[in-house]
Write a protein that binds this ligand. Structure first.
Ligand SMILES: NC(=O)c1ccc[n+]([C@@H]2O[C@H](COP(=O)([O-])OP(=O)(O)OC[C@H]3O[C@@H](n4cnc5c(N)ncnc54)[C@H](O)[C@@H]3O)[C@@H](O)[C@H]2O)c1
Ligand SMILES: O=P(O)(O)OC[C@H](O)CO
Length: 343
């Protein structure tokens, strides 16, 4: 069998951090992977230069992961179709807002037998249907798609601070392949047969992280934040067990994708940070995203809306008071001091 040819689709904060690891490991495991790792970069001008040129000459993603050297075998490609040419292992790591456009470009162009993995945190809702993004990718491209999620704030992973993550696989050998691509001594990868659980934990914790940021903005203190995290974890678990058949409860309680990601996101993530600022500045989230994140994207408020729309269509809103309160505060004029009123 030939070597696996990896392509990374997405080059934001997490995309760049994970490309650094994948590039390093492609060289270390040269028996398994081709050394060159193309990364699709949505082209934009940064300080008067193309971002792809900056990455390919300085080996730094100056906009989304400044100050961190990427290995030279990670090659920025501005055309998404070109970036996946001949690839056998596709890593999808882009904000969920942009996945639809990318899949449209790639549909019909991916060979049979190609494997994929989704690092995207969010859910796809259409009326009363809900899907994880691994399933969306699998269906649109005809590939077998795993999922990776964990307590992984990109800036910390990028400087090799000890972290763990979880890969949910369809077939064990695929889980082992992704583990080989991503694991390092300081980035431990556990593999589990639970693609849906891994994906849903990563999506739903972002709603709870918004709630944690509101707690910080209101200066309610540590007990309140712990209560929000506990209630959030229960709603996450109940949601998965109510609407998905194949989720494992252990993923929530024992995996980095579960309780650990919930904790790190409620302490340190972008959703938390902007939600705190939402309370303190009274500015809307879209303005805060622009002012505070330099092009990086928020997921939590969008997932809150997607989950609200889904629960509304299933007539199940009353079962998820925290998720619903976050939706009402973020998207309507519900005062933020009503955060705990329905809990
Ligand atoms: N950043 C983290 O710490 C982190 C950690 C784990 C998982 N994640 C998840 O990984 C996924 C990707 O996040 P990220 O941090 O890499 O992205 P990001 O938040 O840094 O978003 C910026 C990316 O969006 C791209 N973009 C902007 N406009 C675009 C357009 N019109 N079309 C296509 N792309 C466009 C930019 O080129 C850039 O690559 C998300 O689902 C996120 O929740 C993020
Ligand atoms: O910065 P956030 O809030 O998007 O969270 C980042 C990661 O999902 C943490 O694992």
């Amino acid at each position: 069998m030939g070597k696996e040819r990896v392509a990374i689709i997405g080059s934001g904060n997490w995309g760049s951090a994970i490309a650094r690891i994948a590039g390093q490991n492609a060289k270390i495991h040269a028996d398994v992977f081709e050394e060159r790792v193309p990364i699709w970069v949505f082209e934009e001008q940064v300080d008067g230069k193309k971002l792809t040129e900056i990455i390919n000459t300085t080996h730094v993603n100056a906009k989304y992961l400044p100050g961190i050297k990427l290995p030279e075998n990670v090659v920025a490609v501005p055309d998404v179709i070109e970036s996946v040419k001949d690839a056998t292992a596709l890593v999808f790591v882009l904000p969920h807002q942009f996945l639809g456009g990318v899949l449209q470009s790639l549909e019909g162009k991916i060979e049979k037998g190609v494997k994929a993995i989704s690092l995207i945190k969010g859910v796809d809702v259409e009326g009363s249907d809900i899907h994880i993004y691994a399933d969306v990718i699998e269906k649109r491209l005809g590939v077998s798609c795993s999922a990776l999620s964990g307590a992984n704030i990109a800036d910390e992973v990028a400087i090799d601070k000890f972290s763990e993550t979880t890969v949910g696989y369809r077939k064990k050998e695929e889980g082992e392949l992704w583990q080989r691509l991503f694991a390092t001594p300081n980035f431990r990868v556990n593999i589990v047969a639970d693609v849906a659980g891994v994906s849903l934990c990563g999506a739903l914790k972002n709603i709870v992280a918004v709630a944690a940021g509101l707690v910080d903005g209101l200066e309610y203190g540590n007990n309140s934040k712990a209560a929000i995290m506990r209630i959030g974890l229960i709603e996450m678990k109940n949601f998965c067990l109510e609407f998905f058949d194949d989720v494992k409860v252990e993923t929530f309680l024992e995996e980095s994708a579960g309780v650990a990601d919930l904790i790190t996101s409620c302490l340190g993530g972008r959703n938390r940070k902007t939600a705190e600022a939402f309370v303190k500045t009274k500015k809307p989230f879209d303005q805060l995203e622009k002012e505070m994140l330099n092009g990086q994207k928020l997921q939590g408020i969008h997932t809150a809306k997607d989950v609200h729309n889904f629960l509304h269509s299933r007539n199940r809103i009353e079962g998820y008071p925290l998720f619903e309160t976050i939706y009402q505060i973020c998207w309507h004029d519900t005062p933020v001091d009503k955060l705990t009123a329905r809990l």
